[in-house]
Design a protein around this ligand. Sequence first.
Ligand SMILES: [Zn+2]
Length: 225
Amino acid sequence: MTLPKLSSNSNIIKFLGLKKFFRSHETGVSRERIEDFKKFNKLINYGGDEVAFDILGSLNFGQATTDSDTDIVMYTRCEEGRMGECGLENCYKIALFKHMFLNLVTFEHNSQAYKLEIVDCINLNQLEKDIKDKNADSALLIRFCFYRSICRGVNRRLLHKYENMISENLPLWEKISESLEECFEGIIKSSQHTYSFHKYAGRLADKGIKLPGSMAEKIKDYLKQ
Ligand SMILES: [Zn+2]
């Protein structure tokens, strides 16, 4: 089970409609990269550990090309039940996983290797605590729900446990979903986001795929132009 549905007039819902359209024209490079994440996940599982990802940027839209970087959010439980935030600078596990992933990419793709950008990390120990504490103001919890609402997950099974816990507490979810819309409103207004949509539409046009009129309207409406 995933997070509860957002209200139908939500900007996030419109965004997901657009994403679905772009994903229906997924590039071969996008498919290859998703396979890399699945292989990495298996590798980590063999080692008895667990990891999951949410994918952002062009790969989230299925529009990655050979020179695209890959932007991800990494989910894992920190060592020995450690709480708090995990990041490349302060968490051995995140640094190790990044190193291992880049080795896998070099092994699989050789000269076509690509850059991995870890945009955020979520320590599942802390997430579990914040959900149990019903802490609707937890930035970590809001970030988790935000990524789960708009990104493309790999090894979602690991994340479902937490999504279920949130779904079982509707008052908590209502507060969080308000925060999500606020985050999203901020992103829509940022110029980088607008640029991305034009870029993806341009890539489809290069391949002779024209955006249907209705889709162009949706993008305009979405970007409030
Ligand atoms: Zn850690």
